[in-house]
Write a protein that binds this ligand. Structure first.
Ligand SMILES: Nc1nc2c(c(=O)[nH]1)N(C=O)[C@@H](CNc1ccc(C(=O)N[C@@H](CCC(=O)O)C(=O)O)cc1)CN2
Ligand SMILES: Nc1ncnc2c1ncn2[C@@H]1O[C@H](COP(=O)(O)OP(=O)(O)OP(=O)(O)O)[C@@H](O)[C@H]1O
Length: 225
């Protein structure tokens, strides 16, 4: 229908070109704003976390181990034979080492991430308490050798998280690249302090949401696989 008071004068851009716009198109100005916001938010969250008493982080890690056990039991039944990747804690990250050792005692395999190439997906190597470790990227200890493994479950430490399951890490984009590259995709569990929740991380096209986020307050986001 045409409105005689507002004659159609033509389009600013021909509508027939709409299909040629890449759905992954990112407004560079907006992407820049989000990157700047994330940098400041990371710094704030990291300072907050470092300011928590060690006893608080320690207690949170113990409770999170229990929540993770319940979650894995619900999703997989037995964990015997599962390969579960975690992290070697740095910068006041939660230390799940006791829980990781309990996984080994229950027949699971534990893997740690290795940055073999910058700006590329992570690799994973099996870990045991007595395996030889070497310093990797960012001086993060990694298992010195052993074959690459593909985790069934990957635990990703979060600097920040939102209720939609998106995580903020250290800004390397490593977990997003890794999840984008793995097929089948492992169950991705973001793990961190409840206080690290933010209303949104302003997800960008490259961000991949965690299947679940677990904090000391329990499971925060869940999807039925
Ligand atoms: N303990 C632990 N191990 C982990 C992770 C983690 O979050 N925690 N990772 C989780 O992914 C991977 C390592 N993540 C890294 C993330 C960023 C940079 C890094 O070089 N950052 C740059 C800034 C990048 C940018 O802003 O563009 C820097 O600080 O200079 C290094 C490693 C694998 N191992
Ligand atoms: N699949 C991908 N392909 C190419 N670049 C990617 C991919 N995923 C993320 N990136 C790049 O990585 C950069 C950092 O991403 P982001 O801010 O989400 O990191 P992060 O999730 O905090 O880091 P990390 O996962 O290492 O803890 C982004 O600028 C993005 O362009």
């Amino acid at each position: 229908m045409t409105d005689p008071d507002h004659p159609v004068r033509g389009y600013a851009a021909p509508p027939c070109l709409a299909h040629e716009i890449d759905p992954a198109y990112v407004d560079p100005q907006q992407a820049d704003d989000v990157a700047r916001w994330r940098k400041a938010e990371r710094a704030r969250l990291l300072a907050d976390r470092a300011g928590q008493p060690v006893a608080v982080r320690h207690a949170a890690a113990a409770v999170i181990g229990c929540h993770l056990d319940a979650l894995l039991a619900q999703r997989f039944g037995s964990i015997d034979g599962l390969t579960i990747s975690a992290w070697w804690p740095i910068k006041a990250e939660l230390n799940l080492r006791n829980w990781l050792e309990s996984l080994l005692a229950r027949g699971a395999r534990v893997a740690l991430p290795v940055v073999e190439e910058r700006a590329a997906p992570l690799h994973f190597r099996l870990w045991t308490p007595d395996c030889r470790m070497v310093q990797g990227v960012w001086k993060i200890p990694v298992p010195a050798d052993g074959p690459d493994v593909t985790p069934d479950v990957t635990l990703a430490p979060v600097v920040g998280w939102d209720a939609a399951g998106y995580r903020l890490g250290y800004g390397g984009g490593y977990f997003d690249r890794t999840l984008a590259a793995l097929a089948p995709r492992p169950l991705a569990i973001g793990v961190g302090l409840h206080a690290a929740q933010v209303p949104t991380i302003f997800p960008q096209p490259h961000d991949i949401a965690m299947d679940v986020v677990v904090t000391e307050a329990g499971e925060q986001k869940g999807t039925t696989p």
